[in-house]
Each structure stands twice: as C-alpha cells, then as structure tokens.
Design a protein. Sequence first.
Length: 185
Amino acid sequence: MPVTERTYERVALEDPEGQWELHCGQLREKPGMTAAHNQLGVDLAFAVMQQLDRGEYTVRIDSARAKRGDETYYIPDVFVVPTRLVLPQLGVTDRLEIYDEPLPFIAEIWSPSTGGYDVDAKVPEYMKRGDSEIWRLHPYERTVTAWRRQADGSYTESVYSGGKVRLHAPSEVTVDLDALFAPVT
C-alpha cells in the first residue's frame, strides 16, 4: 500500500536522522555515505555557492526535498534553489523544507549503495519535474554526467572528465572539475 504524502511528512519529521525519501509511494531510507561522497558534495556546494548572488539563489546539501506529485520526495545530494522559494519556509518549524517547482541544478553523487538507484529512479523523476540541469558525479571514476533540459522539454546528455564546466542554470556558475576531483591535502 502506498504511503500518503501526509504520512511521509510525519515519518520524516518524527525521525529527522532517518533521511527518509518517498519513491512512488514507498518509503526509502537514504543510507549513510562515505567520506569521499560527503566531501565531494561539500566541495561542489562550496564551488557553486561562492559564485551565486545570494539574493537570487542558495544551495542545499543533503537536507531539503525535491517533490514530484504526492508520491515522490527525494533528498538530492546538492541542489541550487531560488531564494524566493526559500524565504516563505524560513521560520516554519512544523514542516519539511520541500520544493515542488523545477530547480535550476540538482546533483547526485555516485555511491556503491545508491549508484543504480540514482540514475534509474531519481534522474528520470528529476526530468519529469522539469529540473534544468541534473548531474551525476562519480567520485572514483572522476566523471560528471550532465543532463540539460532543452526548450522542447527533452534532455541532452554529456559526460565530462575534467576541465571547466559552465552550468546551464544558473549560467554564471562554472565548476572546475579538475579542482573538484583533486585529492584533499
């Protein structure tokens, strides 16, 4: 039996350390991640955040939800959200931070426990949401697969293994993949 939106939000609020997602009406706990995964998420968020106009955008790391319909809520590893969507939620203490409007940028980082799920389940849902740019970063292969929404609603796919990549949206952001994938020293 599918879990209702109301039940999902209650479960997630009552167990905030559980990192609960809802996929097609089924509860799914997002597993813990490795240091490599977590560091890549922080480094990506920092690289993006320092280039954004904070009056226009902010960044979330493994915390808020991207929603599609009543049966799908995901916690992206990193995403950019327009500040205008954040402001109404500030100071609200009894609701999850949820975004159902298309987002400019969402990134998922490959891990052994979620690698297939992210590409097979999450990426298609992000596309159905209409998110502008979706990245899947692979910390061990040191690659980025980027899906970018086109004017007709379709997506193009590109794979990068280094260099500087300008985001589709917000377009003022460029990510240096060589620096991002460089070992922490």
